[in-house]
Design a protein around this ligand. Structure first.
Ligand SMILES: Cc1cc2nc3c(=O)[nH]c(=O)nc-3n(C[C@H](O)[C@H](O)[C@H](O)COP(=O)(O)OP(=O)(O)OC[C@H]3O[C@@H](n4cnc5c(N)ncnc54)[C@H](O)[C@@H]3O)c2cc1C
Length: 525
């Protein structure tokens, strides 16, 4: 992973000429005076951990698995939000951990937590490092130092229960690694977020991730049947049956806990057969409202659901954002729906036929397979484009929310209006949106914003983000549908759950992590 950007540097993209023109002429984007800092220019804080603490950590994992070199520290600094990238590109690694520890077993995780609690060292559980909400920045105040606890060595497929259709997997597996291991058994998770190439199973559970195929396979938290968690107070093992009436479901307390309650060291996940057939296609609607009504009818209907269902608004359709590798060339009028169907040949045929009947009756125009296949081909490409846009002087960032169907139009207008107003001091920003995940009762709205960078693009985005958060709360949406809380949404989350909700979280935190070493400053208001 590129330390100052996204993904495999060999896959870096050059902006197509129409995009450069659009940036210059419509958004007033100008090339920044300076390019990104070189690796050697990055500024790191002086490592704070005393030698005896490092020695105790080395005694747990072995010396090679406690890294204090610049490379390891820089690669474990923050996550991959646009502000995170802007800071790294400016050479600012002031949030770097003092050391990176790589435990190889559940017991070693418990021991690392014991050592850190004894010396008041903050611990940041680290999966793929793709957080976009500040989930990987621990507060240093009151701590002797900060350690990133990287779970990458916990990377095994432990067991497959083909009868129950579950698999036990370790949290450090990146999504493609997990898919490869499961594919050998003819199985898949079906979890394909845009961060698929790098994010881990532990991170998906800890941040309640949702993949692009959630309409068919469900959200990641729906897939979690069981969990093992190492906490400073001991081990928590949860999930004896798919569903249970034995009190509140404590699995739900771990899902979304973002490393603040413990380190997930094992997961029992629901799996599905690798689909024998796949088909993707496009539909066009005259307006976002008409498209939303059609999607709602489709998911509230009794028929088989598509596996992928997304609807771009007019601006996103015009720009062609659903196909990042063809932006500018692939756009169109109206509002594009991408629908995908996966499963057996029979299921794909039935789901497709059913969707066609509902979407056509709702006024949709069938565009054939091309827009859907184009989306599927470029589905992991947008993050690479972001790096190129940042280099050209554009700020590009995303945010998301969710609400009930009856609230969505208001939520959409409120967030779009807030972002446009907050970023319109010099030129009008481009604010695009799509419905990204659908349920019978509501859906998620995913916004992508592009604007000319100001002199301080981090502060510029903070202002816009604050305005969007306020708009979300006022319009009755949730502060996050799938990115999580981290540091960035902490205050808004407190408002969402209220004072009593915050007290409950704090009480759980005190019981599991009495010294408060786990991800201080993240999640818990
Ligand atoms: C370009 C891009 C696209 C994205 N697209 C999507 C998307 O489509 N859908 C989506 O849901 N999200 C998306 N995300 C957000 C991100 O990928 C998810 O939040 C993902 O779940 C994070 O996984 P990770 O392994 O990278 O976790 P990290 O970023 O390493 O960690 C995330 C949080 O979980 C904690 N954590 C990590 N591992 C563990 C563990 N084993 N035990 C306890 N706590 C742990 C961390 O401390 C942190 O607070 C995207 C991010 C980027 C940068």
């Amino acid at each position: 992973m590129l330390w100052s950007g996204w993904g495999d540097p060999a896959k870096a993209v050059t902006l197509p000429e129409p995009v450069v023109r659009l940036l210059r002429d419509a958004l007033g984007v100008r090339e920044p005076a300076h390019g990104p800092a070189a690796f050697e220019e990055v500024r790191l804080p002086v490592p704070a951990l005393p030698q005896p603490v490092l020695a105790e950590l080395e005694a747990v994992t072995g010396a090679k698995r406690v890294r204090t070199d610049d490379d390891a520290r820089i690669r474990h600094t923050r996550g991959k939000s646009t502000p995170d990238l802007l800071l790294m590109r400016a050479g600012d690694a002031s949030d770097a951990p003092d050391a990176v520890v790589l435990p190889g077993s559940h017991e070693q995780v418990l021991d690392v937590l014991r050592v850190c609690a004894a010396h008041r060292v903050a611990v940041v559980p680290f999966g793929g490092g793709t957080s976009v909400v500040g989930g990987l920045v621990a507060s240093r105040t009151g701590f002797a130092g900060v350690v990133a606890l990287d779970v990458r060595l916990l990377n095994r497929l432990v067991a497959v229960d083909a009868e129950s259709m579950t698999a036990e997997l370790q949290p450090g597996l990146r999504a493609p690694q997990a898919e490869r291991l499961l594919a050998a058994h003819g199985l898949t998770l079906g979890h394909f977020p845009q961060s698929y190439e790098y994010a881990t199973l532990g991170g998906f559970a800890a941040a309640r991730s949702s993949g692009q195929a959630s309409a068919g396979y469900g959200r990641f938290d729906d897939m979690v049947m069981g969990l093992t968690v190492a906490t400073p107070s001991g081990t928590l093992s949860l999930g004896r049956a798919p569903k249970s009436a034995a009190g509140p479901d404590l699995r739900q307390l771990v899902l979304g806990s973002e490393g603040a309650f413990g380190v997930i060291t094992s997961l029992r996940l629901r799996v599905r057969p690798v689909p024998g057939a796949r088909a993707y296609e496009g539909w066009r609607f005259g307006s976002f409202a008409a498209g939303m009504a059609a999607l709602r009818r489709l998911v509230q209907d009794d028929g088989p659901s598509p596996t992928v269902l997304r609807l771009s608004d007019e601006t996103e359709t015009m720009i062609g954002l659903a196909r990042p590798d063809e932006i500018g060339a692939a756009g169109g009028s109206g509002c594009l729906v991408v629908a995908g169907y996966e499963g057996t040949e029979g299921h794909v045929a039935r789901a497709r036929e059913h969707a066609a009947a509902v979407l056509a009756e709702a006024g949709g125009e069938h565009l054939g397979p091309e827009p859907g296949e184009g989306w599927a081909k470029g589905r992991f490409g947008a993050p690479y484009l972001r790096d190129a846009l940042l280099s050209h002087g554009a700020t590009v960032e995303t945010l998301e929310t969710a609400g009930f169907w009856s609230d969505l139009p208001r939520l959409y207008e409120a967030v779009r209006g807030a972002l446009t107003a907050a970023l319109s001091d010099r030129t009008t920003p481009l604010v695009m949106c799509h419905v990204s995940h659908v349920y019978p009762t509501g859906a998620s709205l995913y916004f992508t914003v592009a604007t000319a960078q100001s002199g301080d693009p981090v502060a510029q985005w903070e202002t816009a983000k604050r305005a969007a958060n306020e708009a979300i709360l006022r319009a009755g949406g949730t502060i996050s549908h799938h990115h999580g809380v981290g540091r960035d949404h902490r205050e808004a989350y407190a408002e969402e759950i209220g004072e009593l909700g915050v007290e409950i979280l704090r009480a759980v935190k005190r019981r599991l992590d009495p010294a408060g070493i786990l991800n201080p400053g993240v999640l818990i208001p």
